[in-house]
Design a protein around this ligand. Structure first.
Ligand SMILES: [Zn+2]
Ligand SMILES: [Zn+2]
Length: 355
């Protein structure tokens, strides 16, 4: 095993395969055999179609894939926690390790030039092996599959963080706008945290169908008619709206729907990336006493909490997976993920291909 094939995303909705050397772990690093490497909305939005990212989202022509999970093959000198054979999820950003954000475990927010995200600025998981820093690894409980783990590395972690920040509990009805993989994650986790009613809102037919099939929602509202959606959600909540709402779409109309359907004194989070939104601040936010959260990924500590809770609750993120592809079919995997109708799309290796 000294050569491997990696998947690169040169832009223009193309996928390229290149052969490269299998890396050797240096001090504090481990070599992982990749088992699952899922595709995130950010990969599509900022890399696959065109390279639009800047700063933390600038793609540096590396092996793609930032939602990764695998098994430790070899460890470099100085590793203190992980050993060959360990099953691990990879927190997808390596920070400088010494700034305030890194010390809180939010390497996502590190502003050092040393910060590098797997699949963006350093090689990611779309290859047979991944060179990872030991301090970005989270142990994967045995009740979870590698595919479950990959989904926690970004999407499930992101919704977990937002729901934690909003303190979701059994007192809350939760509205999720945008029912792609992140929205499905939000519903699964909100329910596990005790939310009494979970309502979904989505515009794409394929995703409405999938959300209904999965049974994660009490009601899935078709938002192709915006005013009707607001009325329907009002009717479902005795005219109050939901105590908590979370937009997972990044679309202006869905963000507005989430805000409008948040109950007075409620909490609303935006986790869907990109785009803009314009609204009248006084009637929609201030006068209704709403707390609006921006929330970006999660901390490594909260990711470790997440996999622990999934284990305790016997919850399997891979329920949201609709497509698995071997690495050789990465082009088709990206095409399906870009279609906006699927659930989660995962590039799988070995036994994970069977699901
Ligand atoms: Zn992501
Ligand atoms: Zn840092």
């Amino acid at each position: 095993m000294d050569r491997m094939t990696g998947v690169y995303l040169p832009g223009g909705s193309r996928v390229e395969f290149r052969e490269t050397a299998v890396p050797e772990p240096k001090h504090g690093q481990v070599l992982l055999k990749m088992k699952a490497s899922s595709i995130c909305g950010s990969d599509i939005r900022a890399i696959y179609r065109e390279h639009v990212g800047e700063g933390a989202e600038a793609y540096q022509g590396v092996i793609a894939g930032h939602e990764t999970c695998g098994q430790v093959v070899t460890v470099g000198p100085g590793c203190r926690r992980f050993h060959p054979g360990d099953r691990v999820v990879v927190y997808h950003i390596c920070g400088c390790g010494v700034c305030e954000d890194c010390r809180h475990g939010y390497m996502i927010s590190c502003r050092s030039p040393l910060r590098a995200a797997y699949g963006w600025q350093r090689d990611g998981g779309h290859a047979a092996y991944l060179l990872a820093e030991e301090n970005t690894l989270v142990p994967l409980p045995h009740s979870l599959s590698y595919t479950d783990g990959a989904l926690c590395a970004c999407g499930f972690g992101t919704t977990w963080e937002a729901l934690q920040r909003m303190g979701v509990s059994g007192s809350d009805r939760v509205l999720v706008t945008g029912l792609g993989p992140v929205g499905l994650a939000a519903a699964m986790l909100a329910r596990a945290l005790g939310a009494s009613v979970v309502i979904g809102a989505e515009v794409a037919d394929g995703r409405i169908r999938l959300a209904r099939e999965l049974g994660l929602f009490d009601e899935v509202v078709n938002t192709s008619a915006a005013e009707d959606a607001e009325r329907t959600i009002g009717a479902l909540t005795g005219g109050r709206g939901c105590e908590v709402s979370i937009d997972c779409s990044g679309a202006a109309a869905a963000r507005l729907l989430a805000l409008r359907c948040t109950a007075q004194w409620g909490r609303c989070a935006f986790v869907g990336e990109g785009g803009r939104v314009d609204f009248e601040v006084s009637p929609l936010l201030i006068h209704r006493q709403i707390t609006l959260y921006g929330s970006w990924v999660t901390s490594i500590k909260h990711m470790e909490d997440l996999v622990d809770r999934l284990d305790r609750w016997s919850l399997r993120p891979e329920r949201t997976v609709t497509h698995r592809f071997p690495l050789e079919e990465a082009a088709e995997a990206y095409r399906v993920a870009d279609g906006g109708q699927a659930g989660k799309v995962v590039i799988c290796f070995d036994e994970e291909l069977e699901g």
